[in-house]
Design a protein. Structure first.
Length: 537
């Protein structure tokens, strides 16, 4: 399976069906395919070939998805770039990925202009018009689409690459190399299960199956609320397109939950992709505000909300499901692997934070490679076999560390720790790379964060370890309060008593105006440590 070939099959089977929507800009599947093919021809004229790298320094938009399609058509590898990156970060990623073409929104031109002269491998920068002045020397996206005839269809394989860069929260970003076949192999079965059919091996079958989804009333209208440059938004989008979905992106460049719900209502969105509470909490507040105004949003089209990448707390899921008949899918995955564990919550059922059903190809392994016994209380790292990445781009040492072969099986082990309960479910503890060593005990920040956030005055929290003469590291919570609320640091710390063991409870609490997170919703632990050290002296 190859994504470009599968999408071409969909375009042939349902050319007049809407493929892309952003505000009042709409593209049919035929238009989507035609524009991507023209852009692919422009890329080829610039000298790009199979395995060339095309980077997207873009906000969510129709052009982001078209650029992916054009890249895949050419058998080139796409590269995601965080639109929050500035000069040095942008230069590092473009140099590390060997990017030959960069697509960028005009708003980001200042940073592109600063770095492009230091990147000899960069053949061209292509500006997507967003009303900003044109960057001198940049090619214009729409002019390229108009200037070229569509590139001819070519044969492709499942060996073509997607280069998906990590967020770099515990070091420099690393490019994870995914084969199309492995991404399809891990993403597609769930999507096709709705039709009770197996995911196709031949991309030519994608179109006829998309027609069956349409005829059965199951064709998705997918809204990636999280950034497409983040794994959750990207992966949920590309697999939805395999079954002929309409992809709807928001126009605002900062998450606006009211815009989200207005768009769900207007476009009859059936599924949303988010990243945990950073999206979920504002979504709940927007629903509450609409209800107070006696103008609730119509959520009747929505089938499910899917979250991946960070813990999604039970109270937030329950508040969302109380307002509709949709499911909440809590998917435990990472850039390095998909399908470690999952949880499906339905309205009216009891939910638990951080408790998951382990995936079919996943295990919880101790550091010496043993499988953790259910109910033992022993901690282990989540390990995934089957369809996993080839490794990290140009980093053999890190590849060997994260993708080891144990007992003859190659695993992806990015560092998430968990315990296995007696019933076989797992409790996620968190990423070992940000764990806190306090008095010889290991504390996982996510577990403490979720407990701190149950305090009624707390809007958000990040937990870090701060150097301490007695304990080595002191568990420290960096907390933002809800608007109009007040709470003393000692009261917030005391509220965790009874829910956490004594060594896990925050020794110190620092209150800030806002907890800083990445555009993907993930905690910025480096920033939180700086804030804690500065305020605590």
């Amino acid at each position: 399976m190859n994504f470009a070939s599968g999408w071409e099959s969909v375009a042939d089977a349902m050319p007049n069906t809407t493929a892309l929507v952003q505000g009042d800009r709409r593209r049919s599947w035929a238009e989507f395919d035609d524009r991507a093919a023209r852009l692919a021809a422009a890329f080829a004229d610039l000298g790009l070939r199979a395995d060339s790298k095309v980077a997207s320094y873009l906000y969510n938009s129709n052009e982001y998805v078209e650029g992916q399609f054009a890249t895949f058509k050419l058998r080139a590898a796409s590269v995601n770039v965080n639109y929050r990156y500035v000069d040095d970060e942008l230069h590092y990623l473009l140099e590390d990925s060997d990017a030959e073409v960069l697509l960028f929104h005009g708003h980001l031109a200042e940073h592109v202009d600063t770095v492009r002269g230091r990147l000899p491998q960069l053949r061209a920068v292509v500006q997507v018009d967003d009303g900003s002045p044109p960057l001198d020397g940049a090619l214009q996206y729409e002019e390229l689409v108009v200037a070229y005839e569509p590139a001819p269809r070519i044969e492709r394989s499942g060996d073509e690459l997607v280069l998906l860069y990590t967020g770099g929260t515990t070091g420099m970003p690393k490019g994870v190399m995914w084969r199309h076949a492995d991404l399809c192999g891990t993403l597609a079965p769930t999507a096709y299960r709705m039709l009770d059919v197996d995911a196709p091996d031949d991309p030519r079958d994608a179109g006829p199956l998309a027609v069956r989804f349409e005829e059965a009333g199951l064709r998705p209208v997918h809204l990636p609320a999280s950034p497409l440059m983040h794994g959750t938004g990207f992966m949920t989008t590309i697999v939805a397109m395999l079954v002929g979905a309409t992809i709807v992106t928001l126009e605002s460049r900062h998450f606006d939950p009211h815009e989200l719900w207005e768009t769900v209502q207007r476009e009859r969105v059936t599924q949303i992709a988010i990243v945990g509470d950073a999206f979920g909490k504002p979504m709940v507040r927007a629903l509450e505000e609409a209800e107070r105004d006696s103008d609730p949003y119509d959520l009747s089209s929505l089938n499910f909300i899917a979250s991946s990448g960070v813990i999604w707390s039970a109270p937030v899921k329950e508040a969302l499901m109380a307002r509709g008949g949709f499911l909440c899918l809590d998917l435990l995955g990472s850039t390095e692997g998909i399908g470690y564990a999952n949880k499906v919550d339905a309205p009216g059922t009891r939910t638990e934070t951080g408790r998951f059903r382990i995936g079919d190809h996943a295990r919880v392994l101790t550091e010496d490679g043993r499988e953790v016994e259910p109910g033992s209380g022993e901690r282990g790292r989540l390990a995934l076999a089957g369809h996993i990445p080839l490794g990290y781009y140009k980093d053999e040492a890190k590849t060997a560390e994260t993708f080891p072969t144990l007992g003859g099986v190659r695993y992806s082990i990015p560092g998430d720790w968990a315990t296995v309960e007696s019933d076989g479910t797992i409790t996620l503890l968190g990423r070992g790379s940000v764990s806190i060593n306090t008095g010889g005990e290991k504390v996982y920040p996510e577990e403490v964060e979720e407990t701190v956030k149950t305090h009624p005055a707390v809007a958000d929290a990040v937990v870090v370890g701060i150097p301490d003469d007695r304990f080595g590291e002191a568990v420290t919570a960096v907390v933002a309060l809800r608007r109009g609320e007040q709470a003393a640091p000692e009261d917030i710390a005391e509220s965790t008593r009874g829910a956490l063991a004594g060594y896990k409870r925050p020794k110190r609490v620092v209150i800030v105006d806002e907890v800083r997170r990445g555009a993907n919703g993930k905690a910025d632990y480096a920033w939180a440590k700086e804030q804690a050290r500065a305020r605590l002296g």
